[in-house]
Design a binder for this molecule. Sequence first.
Ligand SMILES: [Zn+2]
Length: 55
Amino acid sequence: MSCPVCGKPADPRYRPFCSRRCADVDLAHWLTGSYALPGPAVQDAPDPARPPDED
Ligand SMILES: [Zn+2]
């Protein structure tokens, strides 16, 4: 079984999630009514304010 939030292997302590973080994310989705289908986590989206990579 994999985490429905991020797809990583689930942790028995938090199943079906991989972590407390993903469990909270899923709960938040339900509470806000934005939960549609299991998919990639959205909290890992690139930060638009991130400074450019130094080279
Ligand atoms: Zn997860």
